[in-house]
Design a protein around this ligand. Structure first.
Ligand code: FAD
Length: 545
């Protein structure tokens, strides 16, 4: 029996923090009114519902609207918006499915603007675009923190539970996590959904669908991630990999009139999206989180008409009547006259017995909010001497009781940017241990401790910790293309040989950009620069075909 929803008048509107809940002025509203329709609203009226594939943008002229999670069941009121505020979330622009219900609390009037009209406003009206895009991005971050939306239920020890949570987190999709071991509600929820504990992990989508241990592709489809419909028969440009390099190529390709399609194996944003704060990217003096940079770049690529496909892993490539055909893990094939390979690199693993047992459950390769939550108030160990290790240490130092940063050499400044070295040295919560490496992992079902050896003194110390973060270099994602184009000894793609354009591989029309390129600099800015630059060379190659 659904619980009746009582929308009390006492509910306060949230304060407008960081532009998440702005009020539009009379002039701004009148511009939107001219593009939409004015409609009366009545208490209890539902404007859009969890699980809907799409919805319209609403500006409140008079009255109040509540956003509800689990409408008709849990009835959790997330926020109430009143006069001159607007109702909508990032999925308005990305097209992924709706995970909150909008219910009218107080009668009044709204301006209804269809989503495709709103997208045009974002493209043409700079003032409204700034206000609306900023609010939608902020709202997404707030919702992720609130644990709303789709529900994932499973055991914390299950690798599939971890995979699904990581997939949602990497794609910045809000979700609730219910641990079968800990949350009493977990058993109630799966029973109500008719799911046996052995069928978990299960995802209960907002809107009611039940996905039993879905693949990432099934979950992606269920929540409406990425482009819908059939891929075009042949594009001017296929971008493979959606990190900063690939997203830049997609933005420039589509904005310069190329028919562009980008395919991404896990989540747009790549390594950069796992960074909690990128402080050296031009134009962001206060830093920007990798998640926000990714959300912005995706919106930008989509605005120019790039087709963004996720999750879809490239698994092979071949020539086909004068163009390239890329086979995807989904079984589809995408075809392009030119290809920009931006599949990046993956962090190396430590060579330690039992490592696999702890991966994702004590040993991590990213330091985001999700990992930090798992080890808050615990001591953590970070291994590595590069910028990513340094950033992770800074981030974790603020969220855990103690952070040890281990480097094999004796000088942190050798491979880390000076600004990070200075910050780390100033931070009393971080201890740097030089000439040190982890030689043993200890624990039964989860990590309990690591053994650290000092190469100078030969001393071995057992350090209790629930979390080891590893950032020790990278290997390229090139297994799908390694046989097809020239690579260096480590598998990174070579570019710029005889008769090749700059950034062009040994095959005409296939370019390599960002971390996947042999000799790359491994920075966000260089990846973005190369992705953008490749599009100029794509034009040149297309003209020569
Ligand atoms: C935690 C962390 C913090 C960092 N901080 C900074 C920083 O502050 N400043 C800075 O300049 N740099 C930083 N870096 C480095 C920077 O993020 C990378 O250099 C940059 O992301 C490289 O971009 P890319 O697009 O070349 O590759 P990646 O970011 O690696 O993206 C590659 C993408 O391709 C996808 N992919 C792989 N194989 C396939 C396939 N077969 N089919 C389809 N898709 C595929 C991957 O899923 C991934 O999304 C950081 C890195 C990390 C991990």
């Amino acid at each position: 029996m659904p619980a009746p929803l009582v929308l009390g008048t006492g509910l306060e509107e949230p304060i407008d923090r960081n532009g998440a809940f702005p009020r539009l002025n009379a002039e701004q509203r009148s511009r939107l009114r001219a593009l939409g329709t004015s409609e009366p609203i009545e208490p209890g009226q539902v404007l859009f519902r969890e699980g809907d594939e799409a919805y319209d943008f609403f500006v409140i002229e008079e009255g109040a609207i509540a956003l509800v999670d689990g409408y008709g069941a849990a009835n959790r009121v997330i926020a109430v918006h009143g006069r001159h505020r607007f109702v909508g979330e990032l999925n308005l622009l990305t097209g992924s499915s709706v995970f909150l219900t909008a219910v009218v609390r107080d009668a009044g009037e709204v301006i209804r603007v269809p989503a495709d009209v709103l997208r045009r406003v974002i493209g043409n009206d700079e003032e409204l675009s700034n206000i609306i895009v900023r609010a939608l991005l902020e709202r997404r971050s707030i919702l992720i923190g609130l644990e709303t939306g789709h529900r994932v239920i499973g055991s914390r020890y299950s690798t599939d539970s971890r995979r699904l949570r990581e997939f949602l987190a990497r794609n910045r999709v809000p979700y609730h996590w219910f641990d079968l071991e800990e949350d009493e509600e977990a058993a109630v929820l799966i029973q109500a959904a008719g799911v046996e504990p052995r069928e978990t992990p299960v995802v209960l989508l907002s809107g009611g669908a039940v996905l039993r241990n879905p693949t990432n592709a099934e979950l992606g489809r269920g929540i409406g991630l990425g482009a819908r419909g059939e891929p075009p028969a042949l594009c001017d440009l296929v971008v493979v990999g959606g990190g900063p390099a690939g997203l830049a190529a997609a933005v420039y390709g589509a904005s310069e009139g190329l028919d562009t399609q980008a395919v991404e194996g896990t989540a747009f944003g790549g390594q950069a999206s796992t960074s909690s704060r990128i402080e050296n990217y031009l134009g962001f003096p206060a830093g920007i989180s990798g998640g926000e940079l990714t959300d912005r770049a995706q919106l930008q690529a989509a605005k120019f008409g790039a087709r963004l496909v996720v999750p879809a892993q490239a698994v092979g490539i071949q020539t086909e009547s004068g163009h390239y055909a890329i086979e995807l893990s989904t079984g589809d094939t995408v075809r392009g006259r030119t290809v920009v390979v931006a599949t990046g690199a993956q962090y190396r693993r430590l060579d330690l017995p039992g490592l696999e047992r702890f991966e994702g459950n004590g040993v991590y390769y990213a330091a985001t909010q999700a990992e930090a939550q798992r080890c808050s108030n615990e001591p953590v160990v970070v291994v590595g001497g590069g910028n990513s290790a340094g950033q992770a240490a800074m981030f974790l130092g603020q969220r855990t009781s103690e952070c040890r940063l281990l480097i094999r050499g004796e000088d942190l400044g050798k491979s880390m940017s000076r600004y990070l070295v200075d910050e780390i040295e100033r931070d009393p919560r971080i201890t740097v241990q030089t000439n040190s490496q982890v030689v043993e992992l200890d624990g039964e079902t989860e990590l309990d401790a690591v053994v650290i050896a000092n190469s100078e003194t030969s001393e071995r110390v057992r350090v209790p910790t629930k979390a080891l973060f590893v950032f020790i270099g990278a290997s390229p994602h090139t297994s799908w293309i390694r046989e097809f184009v020239a690579c260096d000894d480590d598998g990174f793609l070579r570019v710029g040989g005889d008769n090749a354009l700059l950034l062009e591989t040994s095959r005409p029309g296939i370019f390599a950009v960002g971390d996947v390129r042999s000799g790359s600099i491994k920075r966000v800015a260089t990846a973005v620069g190369e992705g953008s630059m490749a599009v100029r060379l794509v034009h040149q190659r297309l003209a020569s075909f």
